[in-house]
Design a protein around this ligand. Structure first.
Ligand code: CA2
Length: 148
């Protein structure tokens, strides 16, 4: 199974600021932990970050036929991007939305996700562990989809 992990704007700054909200791990630390869990579950991953909305759209479009699942932390674009939502809906690759922080316990503008309705589920609020849980959820979703 192949999983595409996508990370949106400013997640390259993880570990440098706001550790009380986002933890002390860098995105590279998270990638290493995800790679290890994926290896244990006999899955392969591609792990990418971009600050550019259009680049994330391109990566979602290109995932068709190459990846079984997408896991996306769209960061601030979660709350604003119709383009990401349309890309996820168009490409038809099952997609899991994740967040480090519990967005529902934060500012009101973070409560709305434009991508949630086109994702198969959300994992929110578990810090780095949200990413690990997403690998496990991906295996689960893939097994269900194969048995259909
Ligand atoms: O909790 C999450 O994972 C978020 O997707 C993080 C986004 C935020 O806009 C979402 O509402 C929730 C922000 C990512 C920015 O990360 C930073 C890391 C260090 C310092 C500053 C920002």
């Amino acid at each position: 199974m192949k999983i595409l992990f996508l990370n949106g704007p400013n997640l390259n700054l993880l570990g440098q600021r706001e550790p009380e909200v986002y933890g002390r791990e860098t995105l590279a630390d998270i990638e290493a932990a995800v790679r290890e869990r994926a290896r244990q579950l006999k899955s392969r991953i591609d792990f990418r970050q971009s600050n550019v909305e259009g680049e994330l759209v391109d990566w979602i479009q290109q995932a068709k036929g190459k990846f079984d699942l997408i896991v996306i932390n769209a960061a601030a674009y979660t709350h604003t991007s119709i383009a990401l939502r349309d890309a996820i809906a168009a490409v038809g690759v099952p997609t899991i939305e994740i967040h480090l922080s519990n967005v529902h316990a934060r500012e009101k503008f973070r409560h709305k996700s434009l991508i949630a309705p086109v994702c198969c589920g959300q994992i929110i609020g578990f810090g780095q562990k949200s990413y690990i849980l997403a690998v496990e959820a991906s295996v689960h979703v893939n097994e269900i989809n194969k048995s259909k």
